[in-house]
Design a protein around this ligand. Structure first.
Ligand SMILES: Cc1ncc(COP(=O)(O)O)c(C=O)c1O
Length: 485
């Protein structure tokens, strides 16, 4: 069959040979019997397309070089270079081939990772962001240039899959001092944030179909990471003391539990000490892992923080997840895992097969940031700022909406939630807020359908208060006043 130049259009100007080469290659690849295609002589094709012969020769040369066409002595040029790679007619299936679906592809179907409201600059009352407008960019930039000025050849090759030893030593010291969590640097792995740590734990420890107990409502990205790793989620309701361990006790067949004990996301309660001990006892009884997501543990405004589960764990079941996202900024993508020593070799092997480790410069700069005392200073500044922003929200909210929509006490974290009477009220308030540029999340979006749920958490509002300054908070509340009242 002769290749018909009709339909090949070139745009004139520069790069004609490249355009022609691409057009011919596409035509050849789209033709079922490639090995039968005979190409016109360069002279005839140049005439047909009204281009110079040189242009055609250059396009043909490229097709020769890639093995797509060959010349048969005395017979002309054929696109038979692909013959070996293309199935023969009798081996071909006549119907359109069905794309093979891996179970991962199937589990990922329907997930939309673009978050609905979190794009662009921070706005009141976006969830999950700290006061990153206060981040000391200058210090950070100076530490980065210091790192590069000293030409750290030793850090420019492949590094330790667990992460920088210096950073892990500093994190171990910080956790001991700030959380009462005693661990060795060899139990720490540096991750690209908390969610990466959660996903690594799921990949390491779950088989498809394993049950995982999770707070309901819950952090949707963690729920997604666990589900995509094959987990079957078992929602456990919450009350004012956190996850209802009596309900949890009815589930003996879970492989893992995922919890946010220091400040539940998104409801905002703290897991009581009694519940912490019950959760650990449950895990021991049923030989279960616990992921403890301590994403915003630095933010405690009143009372003494409770010991993390990892500090109370005597049987090596707690996988502690920490992050710099809420103290520095989420775009940094820096966090850490603290695991029982017995899991570290497998975790390190898993990491070495994937991204290997985070960029050496970011790890070294964070280590220097901590070692030079900037981190501790910044934590204090962030805690002060978040407390002031919380107060601004509470103070300005009370006279406007306090009667109909009283806010709860907020002793920790960067967000709060309040219950509403109905789903209809939730939809209306959220839509009206969005219409005046105020981001408020509906609590129902964090709920797992068809699972145990405290009726108080069926509908409500979740507000982040730390992302913008006090003046912006007050302005947003005035907008809400117009929208809601
Ligand atoms: C409960 C919880 N865990 C983890 C994260 C994610 O943290 P990172 O940015 O470190 O992945 C968030 C973010 O909002 C969160 O709310």
């Amino acid at each position: 069959m002769n290749l018909d130049p009709a339909g090949i259009t070139l745009n004139g100007g520069k790069g004609l040979a490249k355009q022609l080469y691409l057009a011919l290659r596409q035509r050849i690849l789209a033709t079922p019997d490639t090995y039968r295609i005979k190409l016109p002589t360069s002279r005839n094709l140049a005439l047909a397309l009204q281009v110079s012969r040189n242009t055609v020769v250059r396009a043909y040369d490229q097709l020769y070089a890639e093995g797509i066409i060959n010349s048969r002595v005395g017979d002309g040029t054929y696109a038979d270079g692909l013959a070996a790679a293309v199935p023969k007619p009798d081996a071909r299936i006549s119907a359109a081939p069905v794309m093979q679906q891996s179970s991962m592809l199937q589990r990922l179907r329907g997930y939309d990772t673009r978050r609905r409201m979190s794009d662009g600059p921070a706005r009141a009352f976006r969830l999950g962001i700290p006061a990153y407008d206060l981040f000391p960019n200058e210090i950070w930039g100076r530490l980065h240039s210091q790192f590069w000025r000293h030409a750290p050849l030793a850090q420019m090759g492949y590094g330790d899959a667990a992460g920088s030893v210096r950073l892990r030593e500093l994190i171990a010291a910080y956790l001991r001092q700030a959380r009462g969590l005693v661990c060795a640097p060899s139990q720490i792995m540096i991750t690209a944030g908390a969610l990466h740590g959660i996903a690594l734990c799921a990949q390491l420890l779950l088989d498809a179909g394993d049950k995982v107990a999770i707070e309901n409502p819950c952090y949707p990205s963690a729920a997604a990471a666990l589900t995509v790793a094959g987990a079957q989620l078992v929602g456990i309701a919450l009350d004012q003391d956190g996850m209802d361990t009596a309900q949890l006790a009815q589930h003996a067949d879970c492989r893992m539990a995922y919890v946010t004990p220091s400040h539940q996301y998104p409801v905002g309660v703290t897991l009581s000490l009694a519940r912490r001990l019950e959760l650990l006892a449950w895990a021991e009884r049923h030989n279960t892992w616990i992921i403890e997501d301590d994403y915003d543990g630095e933010y405690r405004y009143d009372g003494t923080p409770l010991a993390p589960l990892a500090a109370l764990d005597h049987s090596g079941r707690v996988l502690y997840v920490g992050t710099f996202s809420k103290i520095a900024f989420p775009g940094l993508r820096l966090g850490y895992l603290v695991l029982p020593p017995k899991l570290m070799p497998a975790l390190i092997a898993l990491r070495a097969m994937g991204d290997r480790h985070l960029p050496a410069a970011d790890q070294a700069v964070m280590a220097e940031f901590i070692a030079a005392g900037h981190f501790q200073r910044h934590i204090r500044r962030m805690r002060r700022a978040s407390r002031a922003r919380r107060d601004a929200l509470m103070d300005a909210w009370a006279p406007l909406f306090g009667q109909q929509l009283p806010l709860p006490k907020v002793a920790a974290g960067l967000h709060l939630s309040l219950p509403l009477a109905s789903a209809g009220q939730e939809t209306e308030l959220v839509a009206k807020a969005l219409a005046v540029g105020v981001e408020i999340n509906p609590l129902s979006h964090f709920c797992l359908p068809g699972q145990n749920l405290n009726p108080l958490h069926r509908a409500g509002l979740a507000l982040g208060f730390a992302g913008v300054d006090e003046a912006s908070i007050r302005r947003a509340l005035l907008s809400l006043q117009q929208a809601w009242l």
